[in-house]
Design a protein around this ligand. Structure first.
Ligand code: PLP
Length: 399
């Protein structure tokens, strides 16, 4: 038995999260793509069946009250809150991440005062996931602001009296780099601007500490490390003391103080509900609620510790198994700068990933030359990590 196989066995034997894997529907495939679409939690199919057959099929409209449909966005927001370090009452679930980026960014400019107050710049992470950049550009045009795209490291240097809002990613989707949320948030706030964080690649993988670090607004998706299912609704965090000033650019009837008053004049509800827009996507939302049960009794600190151990081990195995010079990690080595993924640069990455998938190791390919492997600590084990690296070594070593 190789040294790495033996080490994997030891690490698996000491894994305090090993039992959580049983709460998911999985097979022999080594699934390292949970940062794109999390695996299916076993409780979801039964719940969806109940929601469709009984809640919808039998109770019909009564379910808005009796099955708790109407309050699901806030209730599920409160279930996500501890995973991102937020007290209850600050997160609402609904819409896509893209839509929530729009709500948060325009609201951030309005909170900051906007161009009328001299704050006419939106700073955005230039290396961001494309949707965030596209929406920031449109939000800037709509609010009369200028967009300033810079790398996260350059952010402190461009902040000033003209900065209205800053949109940053906690973890870079391509490289897996973890950005320094506490210090960047502090710098943005010290400049009098509003910090908006996108948590898509960090929530559910590592502690975020939204309240502790004074984050203003945050958004994130639920189908990656939160395993909510394809297209499950995203969430929006609005810090308590900013809620009264959160002026949504999409003030739908669900965010009205009295939604069933059917008033012609808009009056925003108090609290996180203000982030709602229209009728929630109940089927997806309640599938997400069932999916979140896998977190019962799981601490995000334990998840982070295992995530770092998994990615450390993968990097070590790859260094041992891959032919010299065939791949190069673009993921930071320092734990403080690493999310829960490993990205390897490889000339023929697209072809290599196809072959890996054919051999039962699923990661993904990111244009133009990145092999991306996501490690979901709730269901990925060390034995699988060793196997993935060994198969990768075989594929790369092909003549
Ligand atoms: C996954 C991801 C999104 C996805 O946005 P959708 O509106 O859900 O499609 C947005 N931003 C980042 C940073 C992401 O990683």
């Amino acid at each position: 038995m190789s040294e790495f196989v033996m080490r994997a066995e030891k690490l698996d034997a000491g894994d305090e999260l090993a039992d959580v894997r049983g709460k998911f529907v999985l097979d022999e495939v080594v699934y390292l793509d949970g940062n794109s679409l999390g695996a299916l939690p076993a409780a979801v199919p039964g719940r969806v069946e109940d929601v469709v057959r009984r809640q919808w099929g039998e109770l019909r409209i009564r379910s808005w009250d009796e099955s708790g449909w109407w309050t699901a966005p806030e209730r599920i927001g409160d279930r996500i809150a501890p995973l991102v370090g937020a007290a209850a009452g600050q997160i609402v679930v609904g819409d896509s991440t893209s839509v929530n980026v729009f709500k948060a960014l325009v609201a951030a400019v309005r909170i900051a005062g906007g161009p009328g107050s001299g704050r006419d710049e939106i700073v955005v992470d230039a290396t961001t996931f494309p949707t965030d950049g596209y929406i920031a550009e449109s939000a800037a045009r709509m609010t009369g602001c200028t967009l300033i795209p810079v790398t996260p490291a350059e952010v402190p240097g461009v902040l000033g009296d003209r900065t209205a809002a800053v949109l940053l990613n906690h973890v870079d989707y391509r490289t897996g780099r973890l950005h320094d949320l506490p210090s960047l948030t502090a710098a943005v706030r010290a400049a009098g601007a509003v910090a908006v964080w996108d948590l898509c690649h960090s929530a559910g993988a590592l502690p975020v500490g939204l309240d502790e670090h004074g984050v203003d607004l945050a958004v994130g998706c639920t189908y990656k490390y939160l395993n909510g299912g394809p297209g499950s609704p995203a969430y929006l965090y609005v810090r308590h003391d900013l809620q009264d000033r959160f002026d949504s650019p999409l003030p739908g009837w669900n965010s009205h103080a009295e939604p069933f008053g059917m008033r012609s004049a808009y009056e925003p509800a108090a609290g996180a509900v203000r982030g709602r827009v229209g009728t929630p996507d109940i089927l997806s939302m309640l599938a997400l609620e069932a999916a979140l049960e896998v977190w019962d009794g799981v601490s995000i600190e334990a998840v982070r510790a295992k995530s770092l151990a998994l990615t450390d081990f993968f990097l070590e195995c790859v260094a041992a198994y891959a032919p010299a010079g065939r791949v190069e990690s673009v993921t930071p080595v320092a734990h403080a700068e690493r999310g829960s993924q490993v990205a390897l640069r490889c000339d023929d990455a697209g072809e290599v990933m196809k072959e890996l998938i054919a051999r039962g190791v699923v990661g993904d390919f990111r244009h133009p030359d990145v092999l991306r492997f996501g490690f979901t600590p709730l269901y990925v084990g060390f034995g699988e990590v060793e196997r993935a690296a060994r198969v990768l070594g075989d594929v790369l070593g092909r003549p």
